[in-house]
Design a protein around this ligand. Structure first.
Ligand SMILES: [Zn+2]
Length: 388
């Protein structure tokens, strides 16, 4: 066994998990102030229960809905709105987009200048100086784990890329995870977000930045997602399955924020910038093919790598069989994707002619650096062809 390398682990200041935990929101919000900007997804109706709770406790919520995945200009408008209303805190309530948008708005309420000043890749990558306004993250899907990550993924339609605003200061003050909020998710969203969660547990587990703490989180998360994603899809009212998936999503966020991701997310970043495809659906379409390509590349160029053993462990966790080999794990994921009616990439508007551009952008994506082996452009091309 190799000695454990130095590692660090950071997360939201406080994580509250439990069915019905939303009922604690007023007391938590009040500890930060009375005026809250509530960042939600498109349908404000879903946030009505939250707004009623805040109002009946005497708080003053202002709703700021985000259309789809957050673009830079909607963050600018959100910051302006929060400043005009003199908000003391921000609550992100929704899927990964609403949570990330809230995170970015809270960060830019207290740091002057243009959003681009602080963005990676397309901007000047300046570091945030001031702590963000207090931010509470409440996920209503079970997938992204954005409630415990330190970055907000923002779209720049003009550059056709998605980039991150990132700072350790952006870790939420409170992550409130209530599985009850996911009971009404439609099956298609359960499928794509759930497979995103599973990807965010497998990629950090085989990542070159994995550490013993993220390993423990990943193995437990993979076990729960493996036993429950199918049930949550087949029967959304299955409370035990919903609870498992809410935990799997939270664990995926904890793992990715501290151990990085891999090629699935490298591709998802480049595809998400060029096509309006939902992140989870793209990850789901890629996952088995990236696992396959990584394993072949590892066997060819680095057969003694720790990641080879880890893919076997993933297969055992997924199938529940101590005798499973890595190939059975990949087959298991393929069957799950078929059951969950995951669509291939071409259904999201991608054409074969886009492959070169996608590969070029994916090779530069930050997630690609944590992949257990560096893939050649030929291998990346094969992944897209198989997922196509
Ligand atoms: Zn993801």
């Amino acid at each position: 066994m190799n000695p454990t390398p130095r590692f660090e682990f950071a997360s939201a200041t406080r994580i509250i998990f439990g069915a019905g935990a939303l009922r604690e929101i007023s007391a938590i919000a009040r500890s930060f102030g009375m005026c809250a900007l509530v960042v939600t997804g498109r349908s404000i109706d879903r946030a009505q229960l939250l707004l009623d709770m805040l109002e009946s406790a005497g708080l003053l919520p202002s709703v700021f809905p985000i259309e789809g995945e957050p673009a830079i200009d909607s963050i600018v408008r959100g910051v302006r709105c929060a400043k005009e209303k003199r908000c003391d805190l921000v609550i992100g309530f929704g899927g990964g987009s609403a949570v990330d948008a809230g995170k970015a708005i809270a960060a830019l309420m207290t740091n002057d200048g243009d959003v681009l000043d602080y963005l990676e890749v397309i901007g000047r990558g300046r570091t945030l100086i001031n702590p963000p306004a207090p931010f509470i993250a409440i996920p209503t899907t079970a997938g992204t784990g954005a409630e415990v990550t330190r970055n907000a993924v923002l779209a720049s339609p003009e550059h056709r890329v998605k980039v991150s605003l990132r700072s350790p200061l952006m870790l939420p003050r409170v992550a409130l995870v209530d599985p009850e909020l996911t009971y009404n998710l439609p099956p298609a969203i359960t499928a794509s977000t759930g497979l995103d969660a599973l990807t965010q547990l497998i990629e950090p587990y085989v990542s070159c930045r994995a550490n013993p703490l993220t390993d423990a989180i990943c193995t437990e998360g993979i076990r729960r997602a493996a036993r429950s994603l199918r049930h949550a899809f087949d029967n959304g009212a299955d409370k035990a399955a919903r609870e498992d998936m809410a935990l799997a999503s939270l664990f995926g966020g904890l793992a990715l924020a501290n151990a990085g991701l891999g090629a699935v997310h490298g591709f998802a970043a480049s595809i998400g910038g060029m096509f309006p495809a939902p992140h989870g659906a793209v990850c789901a379409a890629l996952l088995p093919h990236v696992m396959q390509a990584n394993l072949i590349a590892l066997h060819e160029r680095d057969p003694r790598a720790e990641a080879v053993r880890r893919y076997v462990e993933v297969a055992r966790l997924l199938t529940g069989s101590e005798r499973a080999g890595a190939a059975e794990g990949i087959a298991w994921i393929g069957h799950l994707c078929a059951h969950l009616q995951i669509q291939p990439l071409r259904r999201h508007g991608i054409a074969a002619g886009d492959f070169s551009a996608l590969i070029g952008k994916a090779a530069n994506a930050s997630s690609m650096k944590a992949n257990p082996i560096q893939l050649t452009s030929q291998e990346m091309h094969e992944i897209l062809e198989r997922a196509f």
